[in-house]
Design a protein around this ligand. Structure first.
Ligand code: EPZ
Length: 417
């Protein structure tokens, strides 16, 4: 069993490269199903969620292999259209294979996806979008069958700008015939990245990054090479680490423009931020609580950065307030942080943090991916050693969190016990 051991109390000083984006790479792996030949995805992070996506592709009869930091995918051998429930359970984004798979095979069977436990995570928007493109959907006891002998472009209205439903619709629409318009689409950078990938393959896509996206369906298109964009949540985690421990660090290979709301909160706390090309420098000394942090769809504050930023606020003077508007239950880390001496009160979707309480190293368990990262961020500011279990969650999204923290000057190591 892996344990992350962190000895807190060191100010950070160092620099690190930011990994390729998990949430950018996953829909791109699914999009590779629409290519005639082999797609090459460069800078694909080594994460258990990426392994699970590659396993799904292989299960479907496709080729998916890793060569160092590249993943090569060929959809030529696609021979099955059922995703086994074991793989669906492994991660939430398994559901984004639905769109491209349906476009290619005309029938898909899958079960409700798993993923981190953040409250109810229905797939009604995904299924509604498939219906709008002409598919029939049958749901029985957690098993979903979707059929469409030929998907046709159409108008898809999303009642909420869901990231996954927008991606699924774009992928189904690219594989359909005719033009699709997505109204109230998500505007996250991962959507723009997926659009760039689809365009490079030869699918005309416009409007990505706005609430209105159009996709001209072509069925299949050419293969392409794509470099995965930097992971904005891994970057937000490192920035939170610096804010928590204090000190000065530099992050390399980031997209500062994707981090506007996170940098704004850190500036409100009194951190000094310097942006130079694709690097960000942060200097954090005495910090104060920011104004209320409300998670919102992009360009609002990202829900995925809420747990590490909350951990950073433990050290800030004053009272910090977080309101989680995206997921119903995303405060599991709060009770673990209290084991270190943190004073956090949660009520529904609101968390109130009384900052600047002394923190002491503790034994803690990650209950979800970003919550796990939050425990590490807080441990950097605690006196003594913390031990964090539940690293399977952390491995879904961070290539090697202990190494990254060491690059930044922390005393952190992963041990197998
Ligand atoms: C993506 O999940 C990310 N995952 C999540 O990152 C991220 O937290 C989330 O977007 C929000 O930014 C990937 O990209 C792989 P949503 P997704 O559909 O697509 C509701 C991480 O830590 N909803 O935008 O699943 C849903 O219940 C992960 O890296 C419906 O009601 O998120 C939630 O309340 C965790 N019906 C809200 O929308 C639907 O059919 C946002 O979900 C779909 C979603």
């Amino acid at each position: 069993m892996g344990i992350l051991r962190i000895r807190g109390g060191n100010r950070l000083k160092g620099e690190t490269w930011i990994q390729g984006s998990k949430n950018g790479a996953l829909p791109i792996l699914a999009a590779s199903l629409l290519a005639e030949g082999e797609s090459e995805i460069v800078g694909c992070p080594r994460l258990s969620d990426i392994d699970a996506a590659m396993q799904i592709l292989r299960e479907l009869g496709c080729r998916a292999k890793r060569q160092e930091d590249r993943v090569l995918v060929s959809g030529a051998g696609l021979s099955r259209s059922e995703i086994p429930s074991g793989l669906m359970q492994k991660m939430r984004s398994s559901v984004i294979f639905l769109g491209p798979l349906l476009a290619r095979t005309g029938e898909v069977t899958l079960s409700l996806p798993g993923g981190c436990e953040l409250g109810p995570r229905p797939v009604d928007l995904h299924l509604g979008a498939m219906r709008a493109l002409g598919a029939e959907v049958e749901e029985r006891g957690g098993c979903i069958t979707v059929r469409a002998s030929r998907l046709k472009g159409g108008k898809v209205y999303l009642r909420f700008p869901s990231v996954g439903a927008t991606e699924n619709t774009m992928l189904a629409a690219a594989g359909a015939m005719g033009k699709t318009t997505i109204i109230n689409a998500a505007r996250e950078p991962e959507i723009v990245e997926l659009a760039e990938f689809l365009k490079a393959m030869g699918f005309p896509v416009s409007g990505a990054g706005t609430a209105l996206i159009t996709v001209e369906g072509r069925g299949r298109a050419g293969n392409t090479v794509h470099r995965v964009w930097p992971d904005r949540i891994a970057a937000a985690t490192c920035l939170s680490a610096a804010a928590s421990a204090g000190g000065e660090v530099r992050l390399l290979r980031v997209c500062p423009e994707h981090l506007g709301s996170v940098l704004s909160v850190l500036s409100q706390m009194g951190a000094r931020i310097g942006v130079e090309g694709d690097s960000i420098r942060i200097r954090a000394e005495r910090l104060k609580a920011p104004g209320p942090v409300l998670t919102e769809p992009y360009p609002g504050f990202p829900t995925d950065a809420q747990p590490p930023m909350m951990a950073a606020c433990l050290r800030a003077e004053g009272i910090s307030v977080f309101v989680e508007n995206i997921f119903e239950s995303r405060f599991h880390h709060a009770s673990e942080l209290c084991r270190m001496g943190a004073d956090i009160r949660t009520e529904g979707r609101t968390a109130v943090i009384i900052g600047h309480r002394p923190l002491y190293g503790a034994e803690m368990t990650a209950h979800d991916l970003r919550g796990g990262a939050a425990l590490a961020v807080a441990a950097l500011a605690a006196e003594g050693e913390s031990r964090i279990a539940g690293l399977d969650y952390v491995d879904r999204g961070y290539e090697d969190l202990a190494r990254t923290l060491r690059d930044l000057g922390a005393e952190a190591e992963r041990v197998e016990e």
